[in-house]
Design a protein around this ligand. Structure first.
Ligand code: FEO
Length: 164
């Protein structure tokens, strides 16, 4: 059975994941408004992933005999100064989520909650990917702003190299 401290912390994490979904959906709306459907699509996919993350915690609490308790989700901001500001905020937000997942893992260690440790390892790996994806978009946008689009095109070509 899940301990009370872990149950409460995971309920908080459900809220954080759902806020992430809400934030990315708001970013998608802003990007649609700026006629950037590709960026908006990326945000929509990201939003769906965040809801999946929330449901992983939701299901885990139930599987361990705990009680899910949903809290109010804060309203996300709806305006940004630029596309760069949006993607930089994604990167900063994912770093915060990583810190939150790491804190949950520390709690799982302290509580000797082995099932939670195993479950959270998936999230730790996922956050490496999430931070990497966000950093790559920020870096690409910086190159575009520096008019280094030819470098980006070359990178795209190099990325298609096969293994042979
Ligand atoms: Fe659920 Fe983007 O971390």
């Amino acid at each position: 059975m899940i301990g009370k401290a872990m149950q409460d912390a995971m309920n908080e994490q459900i809220n954080k994941e759902l806020f992430s979904a809400y934030l990315y959906l708001s970013m998608a709306a802003y990007l649609e408004d700026r006629s950037l459907p590709g960026f908006a699509h990326w945000m929509r996919v990201q939003e769906a992933e965040e809801r999946e993350h929330a449901m992983k915690f939701y299901d885990f609490i139930i599987e361990r005999g705990g009680r899910v308790a949903l809290k109010a989700i804060d309203a996300p901001k709806s305006e940004w100064k630029s596309t760069m500001e949006v993607v930089e905020e994604v990167a900063a937000h994912e770093a915060k989520v990583s810190a939150s997942i790491n804190a949950l893992y520390e709690l799982a260690l302290a509580e000797k909650d082995y099932p939670a440790q195993i479950m959270l390892q998936w999230f730790i790996t996922e956050q490496v990917e999430e931070e990497k994806n966000a950093a790559e978009i920020v870096a690409s946008l910086k190159m575009i702003e520096a008019h280094e689009t030819a470098v980006l095109q070359l990178d795209h070509r190099l990325g298609k190299r096969g293994n042979s």
